[in-house]
Ligand binder design. Structure first.
Ligand SMILES: Cc1ncc(COP(=O)(O)O)c(C=O)c1O
Length: 405
């Protein structure tokens, strides 16, 4: 679990920020408009892009906003395209977004290094492809090392490059995607910029774009003229509004305060620590668990349960046993490209002591899997609620609390 600085919570709750009503006139909203205008600039700088919209309320919302801009731009060119390329290492929301944006999804298979093969992109790229949607780092926690070459291939045939940058905490201050030929990126502020991820939100998924897509930005756009900020609705080619008012402003405040307090060097350091921690974990667990792609990772590493198969113990058992040791289990059975995945993302805020404790526990669980596999199959034992019927929970969710009779 990532720890976010409390001070940013305090700042978001300051009355000057939390009390104003969004219908308040621009003349008495200059402070918050300036803050959002500057935050757009910070995010454009971090990603190497030209413009940013802060409106989308989540990562997936950012994706559909970005793809709507791509679609509007193609339509304005009179260019009818019907397909989007999506690799098997993309986040699931990329597939959904391309479908919701009414494109036919064309799958790409990652290569033996766990990344997109440019040759395959060249084979599938034609004048019917609107865009490629790349998650970077991808869901295996690997950097898409051929992105610049892929962008060239896609651009040559008139397509756009969309980059899912939900996990920007792997790259801040190290690489700017705009310099690799990316046209659109979304960022999950509720991962990297001081808002907790998970727990049902709220979040924010700003979208950064290259100049060419600027006419299609959602309205209103914040303009600055002679030191005054105003909300500009007069943008005839805009895709319209994608969120009530101006987005989840509380989350934007936390991000702004975080960026200012960290500064450029601090942001880079956060990314370096996120990557270092994930690689430390990966090296610590190598040998105890199967590592499908044995190469340096970014902010997360992915193992599988293959070595435990002989004891008839699986990923779910391992995750449940972790609960007995007081750890929140990592993401399991995702990404789908590897069978029985255990995806671990320590983030930049875990201490070496905590990482060592986690590694020791995971190695202990691997030993138990060999010597006392029932311990894992019956886990968790030290909690009030044991294993839930997950099929029932998914098929017949009880979404209301009712008192026991
Ligand atoms: C790589 C990636 N893309 C997209 C998303 C979707 O973000 P959200 O849950 O905010 O819609 C996530 C969420 O974790 C993600 O990790």
């Amino acid at each position: 679990m990532k720890y976010n600085p409390k001070v940013n919570e305090e700042i978001a709750r300051m009355p000057g920020f939390s009390l104003p009503h969004p219908y308040q006139p621009e003349t008495i909203s200059q402070g918050i408009l300036r803050l959002m205008y500057e935050l757009e600039g910070f995010l454009a700088e971090i990603t190497g892009m030209d413009h940013v919209t802060l409106q989308p309320a989540a990562g997936a919302h950012g994706e559909i906003t970005g793809m709507m801009m791509v679609k509007a731009c193609l339509q304005a060119r009179g260019d009818k395209r019907s397909k989007v390329l999506v690799p098997d290492t993309a986040h699931g929301t990329n597939c959904s977004t391309s479908t919701v944006a009414s494109y036919q999804m064309v799958g790409l298979t990652s290569n033996e290094r766990g990344v997109i093969n440019p040759q395959q992109v060249a084979e599938k790229m034609d004048e019917g492809v609107a865009a490629i949607m790349v998650t970077n780092p991808n869901t295996l926690g690997l950097f898409e090392e051929n992105l610049a070459e892929i962008a060239e291939i896609v651009h040559r045939k008139g397509g756009f490059v969309y980059c899912d940058e939900a996990n920007l905490n792997a790259l801040m201050g190290i690489v700017k995607l705009g310099h690799l030929g990316v046209d659109v990126v979304h960022i999950n502020l509720h991962k990297t910029f001081s808002t907790p991820h998970g727990g049902g939100g709220p979040g924010a998924g700003p979208v950064a774009i290259k100049k060419e897509l600027a006419p299609y930005l959602p309205i209103p756009v914040i303009d600055k003229k002679e030191g005054t900020y105003r909300l500009n609705y007069e943008r005839p080619q805009s895709i319209g509004k994608v969120r009530a008012f101006y987005g989840n402003v509380g989350i934007l405040l936390r991000a702004y305060a975080y960026i200012l307090s960290m500064g450029p060097d601090g942001l880079r350091r956060a990314s370096e620590m996120a990557v270092l921690n994930a690689n430390y974990l990966m090296h610590g667990l190598k040998g105890a668990y199967h590592l499908p792609y044995d190469r340096p990772c970014m902010h997360e590493c992915v193992f599988t349960d293959r070595l435990q198969e002989k004891s008839h113990v699986n990923t779910l058992d391992i995750a449940k046993r972790l609960i007995d040791y007081g750890f929140h289990p990592p993401t399991i059975y995702f990404p789908l490209v590897v069978k029985g995945a255990l995806m671990m993302e320590p983030t930049e805020t875990e201490s070496k002591e905590n990482l060592d404790r986690f590694i020791r526990t995971m190695i202990q669980i691997a030993k138990e899997a060999e010597q006392q596999p029932d311990l894992l199959r019956q886990a968790p034992q030290r909690v009030k609620v044991r294993r839930l019927d997950e099929v029932q929970a998914a098929r017949k969710p009880r979404l209301r609390w009712t008192p026991k009779e």
